[in-house]
Design a protein around this ligand. Structure first.
Ligand SMILES: [Zn+2]
Length: 119
C-alpha cells in the first residue's frame, strides 16, 4: 500500500517518486509540533502512537538541513527535525481561517530559528 503525505495541499504518494517519507515522531512534544505545522485539525485529537503508525510527511516539507542522506537508499531526519515547508496559500486566503494567528507565530518561530542556525 502506498504511503500518502499527510500535509494539506500535498498529493504525493510513496509510489510516485523516490521522495522520502517520514513517520510522525513518537515523542509527544515533537509529534504535537508536526501536527501544528501541518494545520490539520483532524489530526489534533490523535495520539502520537496513532500518528506514528498511520501518517507520514514527504521530504518536501523539511528544509534540506533537516534531512541526512546516509546512503543513496536511506534518508533520515535529524532527531529534532520539524516540518516547516507547507503550501498554506489556501488557508491564508480563507478569511474564516482560525489558523491565521498561528501562521504568523510559525513565521516568527522560523525567523528565530534561522537566526540560531547562522550563529
Ligand atoms: Zn508532502
Amino acid at each position: 500500500m502506498p504511503n500518502f503525505c499527510a500535509a494539506p495541499n500535498c498529493t504525493r504518494k510513496s509510489t510516485q517518486s523516490d521522495l522520502a517519507f517520514f513517520r510522525f515522531p513518537r515523542d509527544p512534544a515533537r509529534c504535537q509540533k508536526w501536527v501544528e505545522n501541518c494545520r490539520r485539525a483532524d489530526l489534533e485529537d490523535k495520539t502520537p502512537d496513532q500518528l506514528n503508525k498511520h501518517y507520514r510527511l514527504c521530504a518536501k516539507h523539511f528544509e534540506t538541513s533537516m534531512i541526512c542522506r546516509t546512503s543513496p537508499y536511506r534518508t533520515v531526519l535529524r532527531d529534532n527535525a520539524i516540518p516547516t515547508i507547507f503550501d498554506l496559500t489556501s488557508h491564508l486566503n480563507n478569511p474564516h481561517s482560525r489558523h491565521r494567528k498561528r501562521i504568523k507565530e510559525l513565521l516568527m518561530k522560523l525567523l528565530n530559528r534561522n537566526k540560531n542556525i547562522k550563529k
